[in-house]
Design a protein around this ligand. Structure first.
Ligand SMILES: [Zn+2]
Length: 202
């Protein structure tokens, strides 16, 4: 609800959808254009294809209607917003890995996943810091882990697919597949298919 109200704040008559609201966006190193909420992927259709997720989302939508009444966006617009929140949200946790919040960080949400990450994310209050843990030349080599990368490959893959709708094909996953520990239906890790992060600093 807060996200929708925030987007509505930045919304004006010239915009087609509240997804275009939410401010001018975040600077991303080496990118010419600021990254805005509308640039994030929602995976709306993937969410709706899953009956269980669809039912849960309908419940959230009806609860939202109770609060926002005639301010409620239509279901399609709601899905565009909540899909972006689920796919791109960061779990905010302390040094003891206790989660105390959840947030959208437009710039950092550009980082893709690898089960062998080259960077990790930490928080000081709401301040997000990305620290490289391997030598990286530029942003294209920066990967964080969206899941617990110490888990066995099938568990990681299942979690990544169920939460972010992609099959990871990173080195670690591919290596595992070649050694027969996992099935052969590993699709390409489409770099545009998922942007985020329910991960914790490892
Ligand atoms: Zn992987």
């Amino acid at each position: 609800m807060r996200a929708i109200l925030k987007l509505k704040c930045g919304y004006n008559q010239n915009m087609k959808s509240i997804v275009e609201g939410g401010g001018t966006g975040d600077y991303v190193p080496t990118y010419n254009k600021k990254r805005q909420f509308q640039d994030l992927l929602s995976h709306k259709n993937d969410f709706l294809k899953n009956q269980e997720k669809k039912e849960a989302l309908k419940i959230i939508y009806s609860e939202l209607e109770d609060f926002l009444e005639d301010q409620t966006p239509d279901f399609d617009e709601f899905m565009e917003v909540i899909g972006r929140l689920y796919i791109n949200g960061f779990e905010i946790c302390d040094d003891f890995m206790e989660t105390y919040g959840w947030g959208i960080y437009l710039g950092p949400s550009i980082m893709d996943h690898s089960c062998q990450p080259t960077a990790e994310v930490s928080f000081d209050g709401n301040m997000l810091t990305v620290t490289s843990i391997k030598d990286v030349e530029d942003l294209s080599e920066v990967y964080i882990s969206y899941c617990d990368s110490t888990q066995p490959t099938p568990i990681r893959q299942e979690e990544l697919y169920s939460m972010y709708f992609f099959m990871c094909a990173c080195c670690k996953c591919s290596h595992s597949a070649h050694h027969g520990k996992h099935g052969t239906n590993i699709a390409s890790n489409n770099k545009n298919s998922s942007r985020k992060k329910n991960h914790k600093k490892k």
